[in-house]
Design a protein around this ligand. Structure first.
Ligand SMILES: Cc1ncc(COP(=O)(O)O)c(C=O)c1O
Length: 488
């Protein structure tokens, strides 16, 4: 079996990114041999000496690679015998199904529950599976600080006031350029810079609805979507989401034909919480439906830059011929959390959104906008994104492998093609709100299913964050969660 290694090695090394460390490359190549069943569970993997010769690296690099594979749960050391492929390294858990339900208009009342869950996630010593952000160590914060210092020194005095109205012109240009690279030609005038995507989403919804109106959202949905509907006294029409390919279009078509839906708020790529990405054909079909009914769509696309695929996912906005889609993005998840810079490409609603922003918060921070514009132009954003995506993909593998080892075999889990969330569906008897409390008592956070639903559905589901470097502490936390789940 070991003789297969050098041949595979040659084919695999071609696609590897230069930003990776040598031991990570070796670990990834062996992980690929395990995934593709060249190395099978229970089999001894090459000795350190053998691997060191084969890969042309030092024995200590091989050791580091093997420690990483151990952390990812793919191999285990046996005393005096070497390293072996773990039994469950390849046995993935099944994917969850979408819950098919009738989309009835529902009042939303989840804020207290959401705040009580979020309030208990603040303890920095907790294993952060409930967090909404990846590890802060994955962001180029020092490089951003240099952009901030540099731009503050050189910014023309007039800009500190002028940029409040229109937004930083260089930032708007850089964002429009990124749209262009992903195949969306966008007039800069459509772009409104906001205080994070959250402000953009709020403003868009306010522009197209009145209290009491119906809004189609996903089930499950990002909990802040539910809170915005609650605050604006809007009713939710919940459209089921399949964890792989997104919303149920038949259900949406039925709702648009039979209910006075005033707006849709969907994530067509890397949906939070389940991670679904709709196919291009489905995105186009969704746009046709919106156009047929002339219903505006708010497209929340804050995870777009975190796709693991070579080609970035196309937004529904790319099919928009008549300005119906308001496409909201942000730097919070992929570059600069806390800078609070987001935007919306607001189509025919751009002027309305821009005026509403001036009437509410006036402007996002001008220095933060200038710093991000400088970073996008000179800071190596694409290099940072490649590194970040690679870390997230590695960590996702590690969490999936740990779940297969420690959670009951009937657990189901999504397999998103990007981002840093996994959506788990546990056996029916598991109450995820109780699981949340029991886990927290053991120093582990998670996001329980009911906070993602106007109807408090998904009682046996939870979202887990895999955006933090995988360590033995993460592995132990998964084992603890597995024991608690099994105790229900
Ligand atoms: C799906 C989704 N939309 C919007 C936001 C808010 O983004 P921002 O921090 O840019 O306001 C988040 C953050 O958690 C999110 O997960």
């Amino acid at each position: 079996m070991h003789s297969a290694l050098p041949v595979k090695y040659e084919t695999l090394t071609t696609g590897i990114q230069n930003t990776m460390k040598r031991y990570e490359k070796v670990a990834d190549e062996i992980a690929e041999l395990i995934r593709s069943s060249v190395l099978i569970p229970g089999e001894r993997i090459p000795s350190v000496r053998h691997a060191s010769r084969t890969f042309g690296v030092s024995p200590s690099t091989v050791f580091q690679a093997y420690y990483l594979l151990e952390d990812r749960g793919l191999i285990q050391a046996r005393a005096r015998s070497g390293y072996f492929v773990r039994e469950q390294a390849q046995q993935p858990l099944a994917e969850p199904e979408a819950i098919h339900q009738k989309a009835n208009p529902t009042d939303v009342d989840v804020s207290d529950l959401v705040f009580s869950v979020l309030g208990s996630l603040k303890d920095p010593d907790t294993v952060p599976f409930g967090s909404a952000f990846p590890s802060p160590d994955l962001f180029p914060l020092e490089r951003l600080a240099r952009s901030m210092a540099q731009t503050l020194r050189t910014m023309p005095a007039s800009a500190i006031i002028a940029d409040m109205t229109e937004g930083n012109p260089n930032l708007r240009r850089q964002i429009a350029l990124r749209y262009m690279l992903s195949g969306v030609m966008l007039p800069v005038e459509e772009l409104v810079i906001t205080n994070g995507a959250m402000e953009a989403l709020n403003l868009c919804l306010q522009c197209v609805t009145q209290p009491g109106d119906l809004v189609a959202i996903e089930a499950p949905a990002f909990y802040a979507t539910l809170q915005v509907l609650e605050r604006l006294k809007l009713k939710a029409v919940e459209i089921p989401v399949h964890p792989r390919d997104g919303i149920d279009l038949d259900c949406l078509a039925h709702s648009l034909a039979n209910l006075p839906v005033k707006a849709c708020w969907f994530m067509s790529s890397l949906q939070n919480p389940v991670g679904a990405t709709m196919s291009d054909a489905k995105k186009q079909a969704l746009y046709s439906l919106l156009k047929q009914h002339q219903v505006p769509m708010i497209e929340d696309d804050v995870y777009a830059e975190l796709s693991f695929n070579a080609r970035p996912p196309r937004p529904v906005k790319s099919y928009d011929e008549d300005g119906l889609v308001m496409h909201c993005g942000s730097f919070s998840k992929c570059l600069a959390p806390g800078y609070r810079i987001g935007w919306v490409a607001a189509g025919r609603f751009a002027q309305q959104v821009s005026r509403l922003r001036l009437m509410t918060t006036i402007s996002p921070s001008v220095p933060a906008q200038a710093a991000l514009a400088d970073y996008l132009q000179h800071g190596g954003y694409d290099r940072h994104l490649r590194k970040l995506r690679h870390s997230l993909e590695t960590q996702q593998d590690a969490m999936l492998a740990a779940a297969a080892r420690h959670f009951p075999a009937t657990t189901r889990v999504s397999r998103p093609s990007g981002g840093y969330f996994l959506w788990f569906e546990f056996p029916r008897q598991v109450d995820s709100l109780r699981l949340f409390k029991l886990a927290l008592a053991q120093g582990i956070s998670l996001a329980p299913g009911p906070i993602f639903s106007a109807n408090r559905q998904f009682g046996n589901c939870a979202r887990l964050n895999c955006g933090h470097p995988w360590t033995s502490r993460s592995e132990d936390a998964m084992a603890t969660l597995g024991r608690i789940i099994a105790s229900f």
